[in-house]
Ligand binder design. Structure first.
Ligand code: CIR
Length: 261
């Protein structure tokens, strides 16, 4: 039996224009275009061999498409997070219901807060952004949940962006794509750093699937540097979720399931 790789996704909310915004000015969002881009993203994941689960939209939660934030899934458990944005806390219910099919759940408790967008996994290390969304208690509860399973949790300072993964993405092995003005890159000492150029500051969030890396369209220099690092590159349009301060990793929760195929 082979492992199956699952990607949990959720359709864009028709209310996405009322999303949380921290670093960006509000701009009109074309919901039809956002949905078409999301469908293309799901199709790309399918083409890469993933089993894509598309949950229905939750219009009462404008940011519900960003399924990465309510949970952290590792091989042994799923941690159901408590968002640093109060408006997003209700998103956990349906995500927990879905993840319970695949993993034992651990629930984060107040006063801890954490968004999954702050957690960058690189092998058995979980780098965690110290952000406005993720507090010290959140990092402690994450560590308590995963350290017994052999993971190391490494806090990382960030500044000027929403989440750690706005500034850094794992490219596999020892490589990290990084936009240094937003992250304390000293946390990645010993790893190979590939820099996002200043003109493409929103490009650092990329999604590694096997040996392919999804890069947002419109960032040619970043795409070239990722290709030079030996990865296959797929360009994916995501202009509309970017207006909601989202990116590529935020739109899925990807994890392996043994023995399903
Ligand atoms: C928020 O502020 O929570 C949403 N508008 C964007 C969340 C993006 N999530 C992510 O990067 N993991």
């Amino acid at each position: 039996m082979q492992a199956m790789i699952v990607a949990v996704t959720r359709e864009v909310s028709s209310s996405m224009e009322a999303c949380e915004l921290t670093h960006l000015a509000r701009r009109p969002i074309d919901i039809a275009c956002a949905r078409a881009q999301h469908a293309a993203y799901r199709e790309c994941l399918r083409e890469l061999g993933l089993h894509v689960i598309a949950l229905p939209p939750e219009d009462e939660y404008p940011d519900a498409v960003f399924v990465e934030d309510p949970a952290v899934v590792v091989d042994e458990i799923a941690l159901i997070a408590r968002s640093g944005a109060e408006s997003r806390r209700g998103e956990t219910e349906s995500i927990a219901r879905e993840l319970a099919k695949y993993r034992p759940l651990v629930w984060m408790e107040a006063p801890a807060t954490l968004d999954g967008g702050d957690v960058m996994r690189a092998g058995r290390t979980l780098f965690v952004g110290q952000s406005a969304r993720t507090n010290a208690a959140g990092i402690r509860q994450l560590a308590a949940a995963v350290e017994p399973h052999g993971y190391r949790v490494q806090p990382v300072g960030i500044c000027g962006c929403l989440h750690l993964k706005s500034a850094a993405s794992w490219l596999g092995e020892d490589s990290v794509l990084v936009y240094r003005p937003w992250v304390d890159a000293a946390a990645f000492t010993g790893m190979r750093l590939i820099d996002v150029p200043e003109a493409e500051e929103q490009a650092a969030n990329v999604l590694l699937v096997g040996d392919t890396v999804l890069v947002a369209t419109g960032f040619p220099e970043t795409a070239a540097r990722v290709a030079d690092a030996g990865r296959k590159v797929r360009a994916v349009g995501n202009s509309e979720v970017r207006k909601a301060e989202g990116a590529l990793t935020c739109c899925s929760l990807i994890f392996g399931v043994d023995g399903q195929v």
